[in-house]
Design a protein around this ligand. Structure first.
Ligand code: NDP
Length: 404
């Protein structure tokens, strides 16, 4: 296996293409396809080694199949939007190609964040002898793999997982999202949810917050939101009693979001404008900065990880596993901000695992079901080093201040 096709030349997709082009020992052939050929050309010019490009509307299964039959890749890395997931999976099945993505399928007209559309593809991929790897970015992705690593090496049983995601960077814009605005705003404006003792507990959007002391960043206000990896981790981590996901948003971000929501700009249902139906959220995306344009002058760090509680040999154990990534450094390396970098580099690392035969299988997999250690070793080599630390009981209190 040595031939990869990347679909989507956006903020994260461009990192995938550039990183693949820096690993020619593994990726002998690299092809990048996207809706607009200009996006591909821009990335092609910035790659350190030659890559091929094509224009492709991945919503069109027949067009994607035709490209797959021409390029004959061993793997498609889907870096387009979650709306394209099922169409690209269908094309992969038809052309006999393995599949990977970094975000679950989303219907355009409802925000769901669930694997219920993609998990049923398991039988189809199995029947064709193909592998589909879901959610191989940072979160979902590396955070799931941190949990799998902990389950394998640190615990007999993991009881609680808190995924903690901080972007302490500053891009200098009044308001912008760090990845695709539609998906980002859908994620934040939906009702929150966490899982406890076998039940999903729903909360009003952003109604629970706490101060979390992030490594190399310090205490930042963090909000409980629902994130898709909770659904698969509940299935795959044995003995789990609770899982929550926390993300930081600045007061400024929340202020803008509130106004946009109050005036109806985050709606995802069509409204009539001068006789034409438009979706306010899609229009909003058109006026906001593109996430790929934020890299220049972005300063500060992302600090993302998991805090775990559980038991080893009858003793209670607490651990934290995390990565810190610097916006200015990733911009220097591949011309991208850290949110795109921490999404793209794990996808490339997962692809390396597949091409080296370390991640193998037939069917649909979430990343925590695949060997974690070789992935984490390679991840550090590829630019995302990680750390693990045991937390004393007293320090746990400092890490998580009282919830408000
Ligand atoms: P961008 O909006 O920057 O990029 C998306 C790209 O997809 C665009 O460049 C666009 O191409 C392309 N695209 C859109 N529709 C089509 C289509 N029909 N056919 C072909 N290409 C299409 O978003 P990001 O790079 O920030 O996000 C990419 C993916 O990564 C998303 O699914 C996002 O949810 C996911 N993500 C995952 C994270 C994780 O940690 N797991 C974190 C952040 C993002 P063009 O430019 O040619 O118009």
């Amino acid at each position: 296996l040595d031939n990869v096709l990347i679909i989507g030349a956006g903020a994260a997709g461009s990192v995938v293409a550039k990183k693949c082009a820096m690993n020619r020992d593994v990726f002998k052939k690299i092809h990048l396809a996207s809706r607009r050929i200009e996006s591909c050309k821009k990335v092609q010019a910035e790659c350190k080694t030659p890559i091929e490009i094509s224009q492709l509307d991945a919503d069109n299964v027949a067009d994607t199949v035709a490209l797959l039959n021409k390029v004959k890749p061993d793997l498609v890395i889907n870096m387009a939007l979650p709306y394209q997931d099922l169409a690209i999976m269908d094309a992969c099945l038809e052309a006999g190609v393995n599949y990977m993505d970094t975000a679950n399928y989303e219907p355009r007209d409802e925000a769901k964040f669930t694997y219920k559309y993609q998990w049923p593809y398991n039988d189809k991929f199995k029947a064709k002898g193909l592998m589909a790897v879901l959610g191989c970015g940072f979160d979902p992705g590396v955070t799931n793999i941190f949990c799998a690593y902990a389950q394998e090496n640190l615990y007999d049983e993991i009881h609680t997982i808190d995924i903690i995601d901080c972007n302490a960077g500053s891009h200098g814009k009044a308001f912008a999202t760090n990845f695709n605005p539609e998906i980002n705003l859908r994620e934040v404006t939906q009702r929150g949810k966490y899982w406890k003792n076998g039940e999903w507990i729903e909360i009003d959007p952003l109604s629970i917050s706490t101060m979390i002391d992030y490594p190399e960043v310090g205490p930042v206000k963090s909000y409980l939101i629902y994130h898709e990896e909770e659904e698969s981790l509940v299935e795959n981590i044995k003995g789990l009693k609770e899982i929550r996901f926390w993300m930081t948003f600045s007061d400024n971000y929340i202020k803008h979001l509130e106004v946009l929501q109050n005036v109806g700009m985050t709606r995802i249902d069509p409204v009539m404008h001068k006789g034409t139906p438009i979706i306010p959220m899609e229009f909003l995306k058109s006026v906001l900065p593109e996430p790929s344009s934020l890299a220049e002058n972005y300063t500060g760090k992302t600090s993302i990880g998991v805090v775990l509680k559980g038991e080893k040999k009858g003793k209670k154990k607490r651990y934290m596993i995390w990565n810190v990534c610097d916006h200015a450094e990733t911009n220097k390396e591949v011309g991208a901000q850290a949110v795109s970098y921490t999404t793209g580099v794990p996808a490339v690392t997962g692809a390396i695992m597949m091409f080296k035969g370390i991640w193998k299988g037939k069917g649909v997999f979430n990343v925590e079901q695949l060997p974690p250690e070789p992935f984490l070793e390679e991840l550090a080599e590829q630019g995302l080093p990680w750390q693990v630390k045991e937390i004393e009981k007293a320090d746990q209190k400092k890490l998580f201040a009282v919830e408000t």
